[in-house]
Design a protein around this ligand. Structure first.
Ligand code: NCD
Length: 317
């Protein structure tokens, strides 16, 4: 198929309505993996200029986008992880003005943006003349994380269909489960999602309605145990401290769930244990040795997916 990402922004997973577009990206990511393993850098982004603007903290997304650009031969990368603290935002500059400025100063062909506001990437895309990639917006969306999560599930299970997935933790504030559940609804047949959270941190009602409309079977509970034995995937998330009104409120719910080797004994031997990371205390480090734990593989897959996406958007494939 023709490159469906060419010169387009990626703001929301809801843009990815064609399973073929996902397949296109995954095939390219497979090629990127082979290339990285052989330590062969490409030339696709040699003549492009990229700006990476992060207004929120990041370890994986920031470094993997930066590394992805370099693996594609990019030499003009302006990577700014401290926009929230060091840009003129502090002086009251609006996001559209910041984006328009960066287009001028950097002469960017593409802008990768992480921002605490839900609609930040839409606003940026409206202000910009070049594509915007959403690298995490507020509590709402994290499309590249959802793509690498989906890619990991596909690699591990060979198919996305007939999937029983538990999404556990802070489902109210976490953005990864929202993007991943919507992407599953768009791309996989016969999906059952068990949303497990403390009652205060349930997934938004509009998300549940949207998923049900797409035919996804939904169950909600606060107990993990009932659903664990039947799950193909256990997707754990952290309680999102930064969105709580007070430390006290956070401490009440911190530690709500803790996955230990004993928990994994109750799960199927074929299940995979995922986490977008960073983890705080919700997965015991002793689980890291279990072959079912794939969270660091997810991180590596993020490099391949982001390479595939950058090359596709800039059209050098
Ligand atoms: C996630 C995020 O930023 O939403 N991190 C990531 O990009 N892998 C998850 C989180 O912060 O909990």
């Amino acid at each position: 198929m023709a490159n469906p990402f060419f010169r387009k922004s990626l703001i929301s997973v809801e843009q990815l309505t064609h399973p073929q577009a996902i397949e296109f990206l995954f095939k390219l990511a497979d090629q990127m993996e082979k290339r990285v393993k052989r330590k062969i850098a490409g030339q696709e982004l040699k003549d492009s200029t990229l700006a990476i603007l992060f207004f929120q903290p990041s370890t994986r997304t920031f470094t993997s986008f930066s590394a992805a650009a370099q693996w594609l031969g990019n030499q003009r990368l302006i990577a700014l992880p401290g926009m929230g603290a060091y840009s003129s935002t502090i002086k009251g500059e609006s996001l559209p003005d910041t984006i328009k400025t960066i287009e001028q100063t950097v002469s960017a062909d593409l802008i990768i943006l992480r921002h605490p506001d839900d609609n930040s990437c839409q606003i940026a895309a409206h202000a910009a003349h070049v594509p915007i990639i959403n690298a995490g917006s507020g509590k709402k969306e994290h499309p590249t994380q959802a793509l690498l999560d989906l890619y990991t599930i596909k690699k591990k299970r060979k198919t996305l269909d007939h999937l029983k997935i538990i999404m556990l933790g802070d489902l109210r504030n976490g953005r990864t489960i929202k993007s991943l559940s919507k992407l599953l609804a768009l791309t996989a047949k016969d999906v059952e999602i068990f949303f497990i959270s403390p009652p205060q941190l349930r997934a938004p009602r509009h998300l549940i309605r949207q998923l049900k409309k797409k035919g996804v079977k939904i169950r909600e509970d606060k107990h993990l145990e009932t659903f664990l034995p039947q799950a193909d995937v256990l997707y754990v998330t952290r309680i999102q401290k930064e969105w709580f009104p007070s430390q006290e409120e956070y401490l009440k719910l911190k530690g709500s769930y803790k996955i230990t080797p004993a928990t994994l004994k109750k799960a199927s031997s074929q299940m995979i244990l995922m986490h977008p990371l960073p983890r705080v205390d919700e997965i015991d480090i002793r689980c890291d040795h279990d072959p079912r734990a794939v969270y660091f593989e997810q991180v590596r897959n993020g490099l391949y997916i982001r390479m595939a996406l950058l090359a596709s958007i800039l059209g050098k494939i």
